[in-house]
Ligand binder design. Structure first.
Ligand SMILES: Cc1cc2nc3c(=O)[nH]c(=O)nc-3n(C[C@H](O)[C@H](O)[C@H](O)COP(=O)(O)OP(=O)(O)OC[C@H]3O[C@@H](n4cnc5c(N)ncnc54)[C@H](O)[C@@H]3O)c2cc1C
Length: 551
């Protein structure tokens, strides 16, 4: 952690040198002494210190400077560093200005020039002020800081991305924290491009896209090779399981992930029905373990890279990525899972990320401490979300279309026993309200045909999922809903799918294109569970191995 700064400002260079010498002798070991010969230059320097998240302990400023008086400087400087102690260096003639500034800028002391001997006239005063500063100061957080607003979708996406990668960060809400607001204004004066991400090395990113952010935090976004034995699209449980087996058996394997590893399972606060974890395991813990296991076996995992399209050229399966680069492989696994349906009602799209969240209870729960929130949906994911949110929120109302929740029994029991959770069954969402952020919702009880409005600070939506199979839309056979057909589901009247050229039938998890496999929630007929996805990922690897032997 860098030393706190003592700033000394004087336009008279001989005085400045003399103050600097005295300060360095007494405080140089514990503080960084920064002498500057003009108020304007000092203000510029302060901005840099802010970006690097350094602390200022004390300003020792000459009152009489040509461009800007000491008091004028302090007025500006304390907005950035309100906790710093303020001392004015004055000549006798400036005493009145110093006295006036006691209230104006909360001056802690004014020192008459000359201050010699410092042991008597300088150090005792500064010692006392610095001791007081040390007791009161909140030392800055040293890691990544994300300054944004709750109404900003990009702020939510950046936080979610960092959370899902288990990268620690500090969230600064510019609506509540004036220091954070100023830091943002210093680099993004119009404040419309949020969030601003401050890094410990002093660099900032303004409303970064996820790839830019991924690169800055040191994640891999580009494939090291042009060609792999096996490429896996999607790093949920199915993709990661397959990659672990592929890597462990020495295959060159690349995983492509458009966001962060873990998939839907990664957003689960607690998975309680996965074999071997009797007290449950959080999705991020499971993901962290799986990612390190895969990397240990030499698997490359790209983050923030979407696979946009897949095509076939001779024996190669080629994936085009969102940055228009391509990677090719011999066997391809599509493990792109599913994502939640979004709300279609007016206003919902505008409030996404500004109070309405899709499955993001984990990232945002802390922001709704002691607030009333809603959960939409009655299946396992919604139930888990509600239980997790109840640790923070004052009240969690769960909107369920049907007569009762469809979640597993252990979750329904937990919902019913939780005093903070209210289940609103037979209930439809009718309206969402709010200008910049969600403020309220209106619901209709379909059994009694009555409507009711509630205040709501946030709504977490977990309704139905749809498969993410667009990247193969024109290539493989899919169901009406977009689930990918594999194996026996492709055989109709004992005939393989149209265009199938091999003598054998498709393998169990092989799609209608030889060498392209599908596993997990994107596959037709799967049962939407972590264990099933992991199992299918493992089987898919075994089948890809079989396939590679035939080439
Ligand atoms: C909140 C929540 C809680 C749950 N709790 C449980 C539980 O307790 N027990 C249980 O058994 N199941 C649970 N489930 C269900 C379980 O998580 C899923 O069945 C499982 O994650 C499916 O795994 P998957 O690998 O097939 O797909 P997913 O987990 O959906 O992963 C797919 C991955 O592919 C990525 N992707 C998609 N398209 C592309 C593309 N074009 N390019 C690159 N990457 C792409 C996605 O970003 C995602 O990371 C829960 C689900 C949710 C949402």
């Amino acid at each position: 952690m860098p030393k706190p700064v003592i700033f000394t400002i004087d336009d008279d260079v001989s005085v400045l040198n003399s103050v600097e010498r005295d300060l360095r002798a007494q405080y140089g070991q514990d503080y960084r002494i920064l002498p500057i010969d003009s108020g304007k230059a000092a203000l510029d320097y302060l901005k840099r210190l802010q970006q690097r998240n350094e602390t200022v302990a004390l300003f020792l400023v000459d009152q009489r400077m040509p461009e800007m008086s000491g008091v004028e400087f302090l007025e500006e400087a304390i907005r950035a560093y309100p906790q710093a102690k303020r001392v004015l260096l004055t000549a006798y003639a400036d005493t009145q200005a110093a006295i006036d500034s006691i209230n104006e800028v909360g001056l802690d002391y004014y020192l008459m020039k000359p201050w010699h001997p410092p042991e008597e006239r300088l150090y005792p005063i500064l010692n006392e002020l610095l001791e007081d500063w040390k007791i009161r100061v909140r030392l800055p957080y040293e890691g990544i800081r994300v300054a944004g607003a709750l109404w900003s979708l990009s702020s939510h996406q950046v936080k979610d991305f960092l959370t899902r990668h288990q990268i620690p960060y500090q969230w600064l809400d510019i609506e509540k924290d004036s220091g954070a607001r100023q830091r943002v204004e210093a680099v993004s004066p119009e404040k419309t491009r949020l969030p601003v991400v401050f890094f410990p090395d002093g660099k900032t990113l303004i409303q970064p896209d996820l790839k830019e952010l991924a690169e800055k935090v040191g994640l891999q976004t580009r494939a090291a090779l042009p060609f792999y034995d096996i490429v896996v699209v999607g790093s949920g449980p199915a993709g990661l399981a397959s990659a672990v087996y592929a890597g462990s058996e020495g295959y060159r394997c690349l995983v492509i992930e458009r966001s962060a590893p873990g998939g839907q399972a990664g957003s689960s606060p607690k998975i309680e029905n996965y074999l071997g974890f009797p007290t449950g395991i959080s999705g991020d813990d499971l993901t962290r373990r799986a990612v390190s296991q895969a990397k240990r076996f030499g698997v490359e995992i790209l983050s923030a890279q979407e696979a946009k399209q897949v095509f076939v050229k001779d024996a190669y399966r080629i994936v085009r990525l969102s940055d228009e680069t391509e990677v090719s492989c011999q066997a391809l696994l599509v493990a792109t899972g599913a994502s939640f349906h979004t709300l279609k009602m007016p206003g919902a799209a505008e409030l996404t990320g500004a109070g309405i969240y899709y499955g993001a209870a984990y990232t945002e729960a802390m922001n709704y401490k002691d607030k009333d929130v809603f959960v939409v949906g009655g299946a396992n994911s919604a139930a888990q979300g509600a239980i997790y949110l109840s640790q923070f929120a004052r009240k969690v109302r769960v909107l369920i279309r049907g007569h009762q929740p469809t979640a597993s029994k252990y979750l329904v029991d937990a919902l019913e026993q939780n005093p903070k959770i209210e289940l609103l069954c037979d209930t439809d969402l009718v309206e969402v309200n709010g200008k910049n952020t969600l403020e309220g919702v209106t619901v209709r009880n379909t059994a009694t045909d009555t409507t009711q409005s509630f205040d709501a600070s946030a709504m977490f939506v977990f309704i139905g999922v749809r498969p993410q199979s667009k990247l193969l839309a024109d290539l493989v056979k899919r169901s009406d809903k977009g689930y990918i057909y594999t194996g026996a589901d492709l055989i109709v009247d004992k005939q393989p799918p149209q265009g199938w050229t091999l003598e054998r039938d498709p393998f169990l998890l092989e799609t209608s294109v030889p060498g392209i496999f599908a596993a997990g929630d994107v596959r037709f007929g799967t049962n939407h569970r972590v264990a099933s996805a992991v199992g299918e990922g493992a089987i898919a690897f075994a089948l890809m191995k079989e396939y590679l032997k035939t080439l």
